[in-house]
Design a protein around this ligand. Structure first.
Ligand code: KIV
Length: 508
């Protein structure tokens, strides 16, 4: 009989360990609500002892997000466990997730302890966490490089102490799929008590095997996979949720398993995580990349037209990408826009809809067609709007390979029109300098990414920036058919976040 594989999402913990991707409370909540809609079984909302802000953010997720189990990570020490419990205790279904190294290299070099003392600490930590919470997950960190007999002893001992989930991490992405799967099988044979708990696997991507390893583990008896949206995570990343879930869905006869993920929510979740964490998705990324369902060669197009199954193993609509691109033009009215927005899952209050409609017209005037991807981008910008201390009005650029690029920018502040001109190393740099002059603040550009939301020379350009202002990072997003205007809007958006934060809004 087909068995359920539990999906444990750690985008808000391991995903957040990507440099510069730190989230505030509001952002964590936004992503956590979407993860709940996606149908994950567990949300690891953070590492509460890592900072007072993270404690508050995990607490907010635990209090407000209904459905999934909410887990907080803790080292195997009292203070961490106390704080993790404080963070998750209000959840409908809380879980404390305790971890401790088990490989000799971790024990000797990192923890400066020995196997027996670590075993005692593991049992103590689970017993301590159990006093608070009935659901305790224990992770044998660096399991794939741990002596097998010792690993079995630790697992037996923590199950006896009350662990409800045992997690076998490939912490440094060292495992090879056949070997990892066979380890899971051998563990099940050697530790029969594993049948009473959930056997979980988290895998890192250092050798590019982060998805292959948990799939092999599932084939060999793992009950739970730990993963992140878009595969983001420490170093080379984590296992991509969408890839594991779709592999199990596309090959049910092979895995004899299923997940409860609502796969139609995958694309929207991917876009949201990319936008909020400001981490672009590579175009050829499986399942959610912009080229994942694009067919360009004549032979493939011919095949697709005859029968799409010739070159498509996943129906785009199964992951929330509409099969047929929506064709909206400047002549489309409000009704058509509302209908198309509904099809991609956005039902907006009247006032917000009107702003989206105006922005849609602005884009449609300059593009032949506005696709569903364009629409998602327009709406996402509206949904993440910050109070606009300064609003974009217009830009003019003079640039070429034989001249110094020059720009002039006009912004509005209330009723006032403010203009400045500047040169720069390139047109974007010149525009950024104009904005800095107008707002009378300078910023260090830490990250800048520009991509086309759709294809073609009239594609909507989406710019993402991360800037440092007075020692704090602010992100900004902007779209326009003109990439320099998109960049200007993104830069201004980051400044508006800075001004809003100064005025007391929580909008980094
Ligand atoms: O990879 C790892 O070991 C971890 C644990 C904390 C689960 O992330």
């Amino acid at each position: 009989m087909s068995r359920k594989v539990y999906v444990f999402d750690t985008t808000l913990r391991d995903g957040e360990q990507v440099p510069g991707a730190k989230l505030n409370k509001r952002q964590k909540l936004e992503i956590a609500e979407q993860l709940a809609r996606l149908g994950v079984d567990v949300i690891e909302a953070g590492f509460p002892c890592s900072s007072p802000e993270d404690l508050q953010a995990v607490k907010a997720v635990a209090e407000q997000v209904k459905g999934p189990i909410i887990a907080g990570l803790a080292r195997a020490v009292a203070q961490d466990i106390d704080i993790a419990w404080e963070a998750v205790r209000q959840a409908e279904r809380p879980r404390i997730h305790v971890f401790l190294g088990s490989s000799d290299i971790h024990l000797q070099k990192k923890l400066r302890t020995d196997r027996e003392s670590a075993l005692e600490q593991a049992v103590w930590a689970v017993t301590y966490a159990k006093k608070y919470c009935s659901d305790v997950e224990y992770s044998t960190e660096d399991a794939s490089r741990t002596d097998f007999d010792y690993l079995c002893r630790v697992i037996e001992a923590v199950i006896k102490a009350g662990a409800t989930v045992v997690n076998i991490p490939d912490t440094v992405g060292y495992a090879i799929p056949e070997e990892f799967g066979s380890m899971i099988k051998r563990l099940r044979e050697r530790v029969p008590a594993l049948d009473r708990v959930i056997l979980s696997v988290p895998c890192q991507n250092d050798l590019g095997l982060a998805v292959a390893n948990p799939l092999s583990a599932v084939k060999n008896g793992a009950d739970q996979v730990e993963c992140t949206i878009n595969g983001i995570g420490e170093r080379a990343g984590n296992a991509a949720l969408e890839e594991i879930v779709m592999a199990i869905k596309v090959r049910p006869e092979y895995y004899n398993a299923y997940t409860d993920i609502k796969t139609q929510e995958i694309y929207r979740t991917s876009r949201m995580v990319s936008r909020v964490m400001n981490i672009p998705v590579q175009p050829n990324k499986a399942i959610v990349g912009s080229n994942a369902f694009a067919h360009s060669s004549g032979i493939h197009q011919d095949g697709i037209l005859k029968d799409r199954r010739t070159y498509e193993i996943i129906r785009p609509e199964d992951v929330g990408i509409r099969e047929h691109k929506l064709v909206l033009t400047a002549r489309s009215g409000r009704a058509a826009l509302r209908h198309q927005l509904g099809l991609i899952g956005y039902v907006l209050p009247e006032e917000q809809f009107e702003r989206v409609y105006q922005r849609f017209l602005n884009v449609a005037d300059r593009k032949k067609e506005v696709s569903s991807e364009d629409l998602i981008s327009i709406v996402e910008i509206e949904l993440t709007k910050v109070p606009e201390t300064y609003s974009f009005h217009s830009i003019q650029i003079m640039s070429g390979n034989t001249m110094i690029p020059m720009a002039s920018v006009t912004l509005t502040k209330g009723e006032q029109y403010l203009s400045e001109a500047s040169t720069g190393n390139g047109p974007v740099d010149a525009v950024f300098r104009c904005i800095e002059k107008i707002v009378k603040k300078s910023a260090k550009l830490r990250d800048y990414d520009l991509k086309a939301v759709t294809t073609g020379t009239d594609a909507l350009g989406e710019a993402m920036v991360r800037v440092e202002i007075e020692g704090t990072l602010y992100s900004g997003l902007g779209t326009s058919p003109d990439v320099i205007e998109a960049s200007a809007r993104a830069y201004l958006n980051a400044f508006n976040r800075y001004f809003a934060a100064k005025n007391g809004s929580n909008v980094k």
